[in-house]
Design a protein around this ligand. Structure first.
Ligand code: CP
Length: 332
């Protein structure tokens, strides 16, 4: 039996994640991180980007540190890239298999965390379906432990946001000149929220959130973005189109949500629908993709697609974040 734990969400995660001198101590959310810190993180990540087919970037900057990956929700990209990022920086990396861990015997998440802390884990990378878990852990670990949010319910996925920003910057240059359309299940998407927060901080020219009305966000939540329900209107002259997966695991009832064929016809991103976007527009997707539902398979594999680049950038971004929190640890 799993212990019942209640986590509260709050708006002060941005403060919790910074040291008094403004350096990054934990990474919980992109909300509240200032422009200069975001740009520094992207610049740091750029140093770890390797040419396709070339040798992976490596350093020993995390030698002597221990990183634990604690994924209480499924993951391929985020977990694998944190694993590789830690190892390529010389850290000891522990991937806890949650399905065979004592969480399955009812151990609380804090007892799991404190157990790993006693084993001198320095950095814990946490993914959980419940909102508030990363901040809750931050409040209960010792000063020398750093917590990185690897996906928190529907609210935050900061390293995904950073890799999306890096990919957009590499492919399209200045954010101020860009129109970005995020398309799909915005309501349940932590990817959309982190990307939107980062794009807003970096001064994106125009941000559109395009979805069926039933999957639209609260209009007050992201007042800097426009909410659009017609795909052609949303894509018109867009420079960047980001397709999202329908987060079925976070949707209580599928009432009102279009069936698969209808969804692709109305909201699927295809080569044909991209004709209304700006010349040279790119298409992105955080993965995992449902080909033929939110994105046409041929488009996902086309030169307009930045999806493989996003995955590669995921390792670089996570190396940059690990290195930065590790450097800040040296001060305490
Ligand atoms: N984009 C993303 O978070 O993918 P995973 O669920 O595979 O980690």
């Amino acid at each position: 039996m799993q212990a019942i734990e209640v986590f509260s969400s709050s708006n002060n995660e941005a403060n919790l994640q910074l040291n008094a001198d403004g350096s990054l101590r934990h990474l919980l959310t992109l909300k509240g991180l200032d422009r200069s810190l975001l740009v520094e993180l992207l610049d740091d990540a750029e140093r770890f980007v390797s040419p396709s087919g070339g040798a992976a970037a490596r350093s020993r900057s995390l030698a002597g540190r221990t990183v634990a990956n604690l994924f209480f929700e499924p993951s391929t990209r985020t977990r694998a890239s944190f694993d590789l990022a830690g190892k390529r920086l010389g850290a000891d990396v522990l991937n806890l298999d949650v399905n065979t861990s004592s969480r399955k015997k009812g151990e609380s998440i804090l007892d799991t965390i404190h157990t790993l802390q006693a084993m001198q884990v320095d950095i814990m990378v946490v993914r959980d379906a419940s909102v508030g878990v990363p901040a809750h852990i931050v409040r209960h670990v010792n000063d020398h432990v750093s917590i990185l949010n690897a996906g928190e319910g529907d609210v935050s996925h900061p390293t995904q946001g950073l890799l999306d920003l890096l990919t957009i910057r590499q492919r399209k240059g200045k954010f101020e000149d860009l129109t970005v359309a995020i398309v799909g299940d915005i309501m349940h998407s932590r990817v959309a929220r982190s990307a939107a927060q980062g794009l807003n901080t970096l001064g994106v020219g125009e941000l559109r959130l395009v979805s069926p009305p039933v999957l639209a966000p609260d209009p007050d939540e992201m007042p800097f973005a426009s909410i659009i329900d017609n795909l052609d209107d949303g894509l018109r002259d867009a420079d960047v189109v980001m397709a999202l997966r329908i987060q079925r695991e976070r949707i209580g009832s599928l009432d009102g949500i279009p069936a698969i064929d209808e969804y692709f016809a109305k909201y699927g991103i295809s080569t044909e629908r991209m004709q209304s976007a700006a010349p040279g527009a790119i298409v992105m997707h955080p993965g995992p993709m449902n080909r033929g539902i939110e994105i046409e398979s041929a488009l996902a594999d086309s030169p307009a697609s930045a999806i493989t680049q996003q995955v590669a950038n995921g390792v670089a971004v996570r190396m940059a974040v690990l290195e930065r929190v590790s450097r800040a640890m040296d001060a305490y």
